[in-house]
Design a protein around this ligand. Structure first.
Ligand SMILES: [Ca+2]
Length: 92
């Protein structure tokens, strides 16, 4: 597999690792999202033990307001953070 394909496969695997923990297997609950953010993106996003921060991210991510974060909403978040990282490194 190419590096890009590996990265895609990894993003898919990580989503399902957390989405499968409780409730619907194909979407992230707020608890699952918090766990994913803390474990996978904690060093970028900072320690978000702040409950209101998680609430806000969840609300912003849940574009269709169904109370869960689906794969499309998750991949949008990852894309946004990746863009911010890219801009950050270009400014160095
Ligand atoms: Ca949703």
């Amino acid at each position: 597999m190419s590096e890009t394909q590996q990265a895609m496969a990894m993003l898919i695997r990580v989503f399902h690792k957390y989405s499968g923990k409780e409730g619907q297997k194909t979407t992230l609950s707020k608890g699952e999202l918090k766990e994913l953010l803390t474990n996978e993106l904690g060093d970028i996003l900072g320690k978000s033990n702040d409950k209101t921060a998680v609430d806000k991210i969840f609300k912003d991510l849940d574009a269709n307001t169904d109370g869960t974060v689906d794969f499309q909403e998750y991949i949008t978040l990852v894309a946004c953070i990746t863009m911010l990282c890219n801009e950050f490194f270009q400014e160095q």
